[in-house]
Design a protein around this ligand. Structure first.
Ligand code: ATP
Ligand code: MG
Length: 642
């Protein structure tokens, strides 16, 4: 059955469809009820079934794959490389589970994991779901303020951390940040378990902090059975990236998530048992949860856990790993591809990529030049897929497991099974026609795998997501989209990012695409700036592939003129930015998303807002400098960093 027919079926016979998908995983008690939707918009999937995520990711494969690779750890930072088979992974997870139980961690207790990309982090995640504890992984790059707010929100009984992470050859000590965060937080964990990697000095606070190493030795052979959980028991809390403000604690279930991931692995990513999956994401993000840890393992695949950057030891490292581990499915982000695009394209050709079936990209808009560059360079299909922390798996994609739908440059494809996607008029809430811009919304119930609620705040869940479109209780993605006559969707940016120039509504994404199509530009951000005459005008900030070539002021001026003329020609004079500034790095979140709101605030002379999730606070100084503002008043951006 083709994709569209399958999607239609999944919406018309929702329960029949998801009852069938439920067979993709193991249940202790098979569900009799498929969906309880008695309290809209809260959907309870498989409410009377019992299962376990860890069982489906690990134990289930022991009869067939015990000696096959499960977790392939590669750190180009420390030079470590080790493969764990499913049997080894199983024991490591049981050991961690026993350690958690020894700290009195029980079903429903939270465990906060603040760790770099080390195998122990994955063992801990799986150990939590094995015993029904709820994990909350906090990205290891976050500083103490971000961490403290998450400690207070998730109120963990235990925190698991490490002495340090490493990034681009530099040690990033964690323990000081963690201690500071616990000091800042109201909530106090009972125990802190510390992994000592030997990278930084580690002081343990007596009575609170425990060294993991002796505990691992003590429980090295522990046998900890799986806890069978109701399918709607929470498996984890994960905070959104914070691109648009205060992060939201997304709460995910157990059974629905396992089924949704299994479905996506079969239909979208097309991974088979025994093959290797490589996602360059971080376990601190949703891609890391769904497609480093749970999805590939549920599908019986080996998964690569990579601590390192795309450029070290050289710009060929990702492809070298594809060759070495015969990676068949790869997942990365446009931001990583843009980093590579500043390098010699011959790096894409040096390794044998014959095992690779496709490269999936998600997380932010994939502009056409970037997609075309990587697609041609690798000679492999590039599949853009669109989703959110909230949904846990793709809303829009192509599903080559169902049919070979061609991809279309600039489009993340079409709705996936279970998602009743509609484009709605922002004011009237009415569905709009082809080639018209609308808010991308999902008519509830949301399919399995999507968020259950905001952790501890049902009212905020309803108010945030289901109350923004007048007169209709639909889930808003807060992204603008457009659908062409063939059913392909295009994401035009966030609803926050639409600007209004003299009555014309323009997605900043469209203007960015146009600027990106200039040969000299590596990446850019466009924001709207208040203008007394036109309402708003577009302002661009671009990063150049070869900044040295344009170091002279006169060369910059010529280039700015060229870029403006290009936008003028492609989109019309209304879209032409009033200025295009050249900077060497864009302000981004730690997950690689451009902080347009902060840039916009600076353009309008306002405070840059909550920036606890910013990657590099100096990027904002560059924006300030470009705008001719005073430097050294970096505000929260700087103070939030270590
Ligand atoms: P917050 O919700 O806290 O502001 P965030 O939205 O950046 O943070 P995520 O859930 O990590 O947090 O990101 C989801 C968003 O990323 C989507 O809503 C969309 O704006 C963008 N996005 C993800 N994938 C794509 C894609 N393939 N094309 C275009 N945009 C994408
Ligand atoms: Mg969001």
């Amino acid at each position: 059955m083709g994709l569209r027919a399958q999607v239609q079926r999944s919406l018309e016979d929702r329960e029949g469809f998801w009852a069938e998908q439920a067979k993709l995983i193991d249940w202790q008690t098979a569900p009799q009820t498929i969906l309880d939707y008695s309290r809209p918009p809260f959907a309870r999937w498989y409410p009377d079934g019992t299962t376990n995520l860890c069982h489906n990711a690990v134990d289930r494969h022991l009869p067939t794959l015990a000696d096959s690779a499960a977790l392939i750890y590669v750190s180009t930072e420390t030079g470590q490389e080790r493969t764990y088979t499913f049997a080894e992974l199983h024991q490591e997870v049981m050991t961690m589970a026993a350690i958690l139980q020894a700290q009195d961690v029980k079903q429903g207790d939270r465990v906060l994991i603040y760790m770099p990309m080390v195998p122990e982090a994955v063992f801990m995640m799986l150990a939590c779901v094995r015993i029904g504890a709820i994990h909350s992984v906090v990205f290891g790059g976050f500083a103490s303020v971000s961490l403290a707010t998450r400690i207070d929100d998730a109120t963990p009984k235990v925190i698991v951390s490490a002495d340090a992470g490493m990034r681009a050859g530099k040690v990033v000590p964690y323990k000081g940040l963690l201690d500071e965060a616990i000091n800042l937080a109201q909530h106090q964990p009972k125990q802190v378990l510390m992994l000592d990697r030997g990278l930084a000095t580690l002081e343990l606070k007596p009575g609170r902090d425990l060294d993991l190493a002796p505990l691992r030795a003590q429980y090295a052979a522990a046998q900890v059975p799986v806890e069978w959980l109701p399918a709607d028991a929470p498996s984890y809390i994960l905070y959104t990236s914070g691109t648009t403000g205060k992060p939201k604690g997304v709460q995910r279930d157990t059974g629905g998530y396992a089924v949704a991931l299994a479905t996506s692995m079969r239909d979208i990513y097309c991974g088979a048992p025994g093959e290797t999956y490589f996602s360059t994401s971080d376990i601190g993000w949703v891609v890391g949860h769904s497609y480093i840890v749970y999805g590939p393992l549920i599908a019986g695949m080996a998964t690569v856990l990579y601590e390192g950057t795309p450029l070290r030891p050289d710009a060929g490292i990702l492809w070298q790993l594809v060759e070495r581990y015969k990676v068949s499915v790869m997942f990365s982000a446009p931001t990583a591809v843009r980093v590579l695009r500043k390098q010699d394209p011959s790096w894409l050709k040096r390794y044998d990529l014959s095992s690779l079936k496709a490269l999936f990209l998600a997380g932010e808009p994939l502009d056409e030049p970037t997609a075309a560059w990587i697609g041609e360079g690798l000679g492999r299909p590039i599949i853009d897929n669109y989703w959110q922390t909230e949904t846990g798996w793709p809303i829009l994609s192509v599903a080559h497991g169902l049919e070979p739908t061609p991809t279309r440059l600039g489009s993340p494809g079409m709705p996936m099974v279970g998602y009743n996607v509609q484009l709605l008029h922002e004011q009237s809430g009415e569905p709009i026609g082809d080639n018209e811009k609308g808010v991308l919304a999902i008519v509830p119930p949301l399919p399995p795998g999507c968020m259950q609620t905001i952790w501890g705040d049902d009212a905020r869940f309803v108010k945030t997501y289901f109350d923004s479109i007048p007169g209709r209780m639909v889930y808003s993605t807060f992204d603008w989209g457009i659908r062409d006559a063939d059913g392909y969707y295009f994401i035009l940016g966030r609803t926050d990012d639409v600007i209004n120039v003299a009555g014309h509504r323009l997605g900043t994404r469209e203007i960015e695409e146009s600027i990106n199509s200039h040969n000299a530009v590596a990446e850019c951000a466009v924001v709207g700036k208040a203008d007394s005459l036109k309402g708003q005008v577009a302002v661009g900030f671009a990063v150049l592939k070869d900044p040295v070539r344009y170091s002279e002021a006169s060369a910059k001026l010529t280039l700015e003129g060229e870029v403006m003329a290009l936008v003028d020609k492609q989109l019309g004079a209304v879209a032409r930015p009033s200025r295009v500034y050249f900077i060497s790095v864009l302000p981004k979140t730690r997950s690689g998303k451009v902080l347009r709101r902060a840039i916009q605030a600076l353009c309008e002379g306002r405070d840059a807002g909550d920036l606890t999730t910013i990657e590099d606070a100096q990027a904002l100084d560059q924006v300030r400098e470009a705008l001719g503002q005073a430097m050294g008043v970096s505000g929260e951006g700087t103070s939030a960093r270590s």
